[in-house]
Design a protein around this ligand. Structure first.
Ligand SMILES: [Zn+2]
Length: 302
């Protein structure tokens, strides 16, 4: 945790050290796809930061904002250590619902375009890394390999006793949660005893498991942050997709890259105050704007 705080400070100092930060440019970023494609053709290390907008186009709810409720709660009420301490049953019902819901959702053309681009460029000795705040594994399902899930995953668990992290795609995750988790505000809380909730399978442990996701009030994994920082230092093109560049985590990452003079392209439904700091901005659903941006360039021979 201390390392994590240091890393955050390191990122902040990078931002402050960046020449001209905050950069105020009065010209609008380009939305010229042909210009973007010239930059894309030359890029060797591409970092793609993705957020909730990409998932939203697959119909994945965030349980935040207007209308974003599960029963009478929003994510910020239940995705917290204190909510889990108070009622692990209720929090597990919420996550069980979200896991089961993902069985009905699929990657959209934005996920696919990113995964295809990574596979194609890898054959040319070029790299694509996806840095995502999404926990739904849709990038993984689309085929992305070089993936940093900075907020964890709905399909990983962590033991509250031994700390073991394990992939878990069981449906239901445990027998007691079968048929539970209905989002209806009138649904009864299942009040499942803790011993019947998901338990650690490491030998001799049997500790209570929790979702391996970063909850409100928790810090990001310091190893992942360090790895993200290395990728951002190395990238020569950065895409910010489906996330407002003023909202964490893109706010933390993309300006750092832009301050190095590296082109940043934003793909979003609307302008953000950070838009003016970037070289490119493409407005609209990323499932429409991203595939033509990332498709094979005529200069690619493989
Ligand atoms: Zn354990």
């Amino acid at each position: 945790m201390i390392v994590s705080r240091l890393t955050c400070r390191a990122l902040t100092s990078h931002l402050c050290a960046g020449r001209g930060w905050p950069r105020v440019e009065m010209t609008r970023p380009s939305s010229d796809l042909a210009d973007f494609r010239k930059v894309f053709a030359k890029a060797r290390h591409i970092a793609i930061i993705t957020g909730a907008g990409v998932s939203a186009e697959s119909g994945v709810p965030t349980f935040r904002g207007e209308g974003g409720y599960w029963r009478k709660w929003q994510a910020q009420d239940l995705a917290t250590p204190s909510a889990f301490a108070r009622s692990p049953s209720l929090v597990w019902e919420f996550y069980h619902y979200r896991r089961e819901l993902m069985l009905t959702k699929n990657p959209n053309p934005a996920h696919t375009a990113i995964a295809e681009c990574e596979a194609r460029l890898a054959k040319q000795g070029r790299s694509v890394v996806v840095i995502t705040q999404n926990i739904d594994e849709l990038h993984h399902r689309a085929g992305s390999k070089h993936l940093m899930e900075i907020h964890g995953s709905l399909f990983k668990t962590r033991c509250t006793i031994c700390g073991n992290v394990a992939a878990n795609h069981k449906s239901p995750i445990c027998p007691a949660l079968e048929g539970k988790g209905a989002p209806d505000p009138k649904a009864e809380d299942a009040r499942i005893p803790a011993e019947d909730l998901p338990r650690c399978e490491e030998s001799g442990c049997n500790g209570l498991l929790r979702p391996h996701v970063v909850w409100f009030g928790e810090t990001l994994d310091s190893d992942i942050l360090t790895a993200v920082e290395q990728e951002l230092e190395m990238c020569d093109l950065c895409l910010v997709v489906g996330t407002s560049s003023i909202v964490y985590p893109a706010a933390m990452f993309a300006p750092q890259v832009a301050a190095r003079g590296v082109p940043v392209a934003e793909f979003n439904m609307e302008d953000t105050p950070a838009t003016m700091n970037f070289r490119f901005h493409f407005e609209g659903p990323c499932g429409s704007t991203l595939p033509p941006a990332l498709e094979r360039h005529e200069t690619e021979i493989i």
